[in-house]
Write a protein of this length. Structure first.
Lengths: 389, 163
């Protein structure tokens, strides 16, 4: 297996992009990444595209060749493959792209992630995202994706004393971080009182505990590390790319306050990279709901189980802290275009490791972690990225 | 959800028909073809037998839903819970016949047969289990739904796991 590097990155603005089509945002991100990598399309081996639900959101399946076509590459007859894993679709596409280059079968690939959430009414979009949970044994009985995370949140509060205010702090911090991100869906700052006083969605979670429905796309170009310096002065090595799965339904887990898929993916990733959680200075973690971020900090090994609430409150994970979480604003404030999320996390981390993150720059970061979750944790993916010497 | 898709699960949704591994004794709901608990789980393929839950249990966690699932709009706010049954499996369902303020972790509940949602996409009414508070003096038999296929009969008492 060869070492794999990220050579280029691209990302559209996230938000309610009424005037832009799925294919437009898809090719914008991909072409940006190709330009950033200074890679001619003649060198390209293929496309892996992360997307959760184009069939139900857009009545359009078979979207990988569609994006390839509108990127002007149909005549080259490259392979283009869509990858689906709920909210983790982007990370799963990245994993496939990583394996494709590592194996030596392809030299250079584009990994994209794209989702257009706002071409359907919110109620339809919410039903579609809830279909990443177990439809037969959760959704049919009245559960939604936020309701399932609400069940997880209540139990975390019960077992560990996590408070409503600690959950709200996550939202406040994510909006603070996103205020410095020009691509973010929400750049407004929030107060604790606003988050805690917002209308309920699935108590204890309120509207401002939940990530928005966003449109957006992101892309990266991957290639062999051994030739990366021909294309970029700052190749970013993928030190680990790991995916792990767990039971589809929350009800079947030994513990509902731990995402065992995240624990497994993180353990494998750190073992493969021969690094430890303490080596990470910047991370993009799954914060679709405020509770998701706290549980991620625990399951990734950054804090002891049950301690994420008070540890987050201490400011340790804010800019200037020992480990900066979601400098982009995360899913909560940068936005949540489902299939694009995992790729966008890596775009942000590559910019951080290159030192190109401007106002959001985390100083001294050499190792970064991306963590993506599908549904309530049936799928988790962890990527470790490192600035190559 | 199509009529056939909902109908084929009625033995489970109406009558809490699960399965039990005859090797390790673990009970599952919904029923499983293989036992995830047994180390050599492939050998359990022919060893899973039907097992019916009593529907008694207690609230393990709960949430008050304001942003309803499709077809549940008329019921907001409603309580969704994870209920740990006395036989072991945890079920996801609504807690009804109680105000949301009265629901707490540890609340004893019992499954009850109810209308789940008024109309799915195909225009049918979906029925299944919800949970209502149980009281110590409760002597009513577990509520069963109609139209049960004969293969999901209640197992012999000796086949039941203890609480």
């Amino acid at each position: 297996m060869r070492e794999v590097a990220v050579l280029g990155v691209g990302q559209t603005k996230f938000g309610e992009l009424w005037d832009r089509s799925f294919r437009e945002i898809g090719i914008e991100a991909g072409l940006q990444a190709l330009v950033d990598a200074k890679l001619g399309s003649g060198d390209l081996g293929g496309l892996f595209l992360g997307n959760m639900a184009s069939g139900t959101l857009l009545d359009q399946e078979h979207i990988a060749p569609l994006i390839l076509d509108y990127a002007g590459l149909a005549g080259r007859h490259l392979p283009a493959v869509r990858v689906e894993g709920g909210g983790a679709s982007g990370s799963l596409a990245l994993h496939q792209g990583f394996l494709a280059v590592a194996s030596g079968h392809y030299d250079f690939v584009v990994v994209g992630g794209a989702e257009k959430m706002t071409d359907v009414p919110d109620t339809t979009a919410n039903a579609i995202i809830s279909s990443t949970a177990d439809h037969e044994w959760e959704v049919v009985f009245g559960a939604t994706l936020p309701a399932l995370w609400g069940l997880i949140a209540r139990r975390h509060m019960h077992e560990f004393g996590t408070t409503r205010e600690q959950l709200a702090r996550v939202a406040v911090q994510m909006h603070e971080n996103a205020s410095k991100n020009p691509l973010a869906h929400y750049r407004n700052k929030l107060t604790l009182a606003q988050v805690m006083g917002a209308g309920g969605v699935a108590e204890p979670l309120g509207v401002l505990d939940c990530a928005p429905l966003s449109d957006g796309a992101a892309a990266v170009v991957l290639g062999p590390l051994e030739v990366a310096r021909k294309y970029t002065d700052t190749p970013i090595r993928i030190a680990a790319s790991e995916v792990a799965c767990d039971t589809m339904a929350v009800q079947h887990r030994a513990s509902v306050t731990t995402l065992e898929s995240t624990v497994a993916a993180a353990r494998r990733a750190f073992a493969r990279a021969r690094r430890a959680p303490a080596d990470v200075r910047v991370a993009e973690v799954h914060d679709a709901y405020t509770i998701s971020a706290l549980i991620a900090l625990e399951d990734l090994g950054f804090v002891e189980k049950g301690q994420a609430g008070p540890e987050f409150e201490s400011g340790r994970f804010a800019p200037g802290g020992s480990l900066v979480i979601n400098p982009s604003g995360g899913l909560k404030a940068q936005g949540r275009p489902f299939g694009a999320v995992g790729v966008a996390q890596v775009v942000e981390l590559v910019r951080q490791l290159r030192g190109e993150a401007k106002e959001r720059q985390v100083s001294g970061a050499t190792l970064a972690l991306a963590h993506d979750v599908g549904g309530t944790g049936a799928t988790s993916a962890v990527h470790l990225l490192e600035r190559a010497n | 959800m199509s009529i056939a898709r909902f109908w084929r699960e009625t033995p489970r949704r109406y009558n809490l028909g699960g399965s039990k591994c005859t090797i390790c004794g673990t009970v599952y709901f919904p029923p499983r073809a293989v036992c995830p608990t047994c180390p050599r789980h492939r050998q359990t393929l022919e060893k899973m037998v039907p097992f019916q839950l009593t529907g008694d249990g207690e609230v393990f966690s709960f949430t008050i839903v304001h942003d309803a699932a499709e077809g549940f709009d008329m019921q907001v706010p409603y309580v969704m819970a994870l209920v740990t049954t006395v036989e072991g499996p945890i079920l996801t369902g609504q807690v009804v016949d109680v105000t949301p303020e009265e629901v707490h972790i540890g609340l004893k509940v019992r499954a009850t047969f109810r209308k789940l949602r008024e109309e799915g996409k195909a225009g049918v009414i979906h029925y299944g289990y919800k949970f209502s508070p149980a009281v110590d003096s409760d002597v009513r038999p577990p509520v069963r739904g109609p139209g049960v296929p004969s293969e999901t009969t209640t197992p012999a008492p000796s086949d039941r796991a203890s609480a």
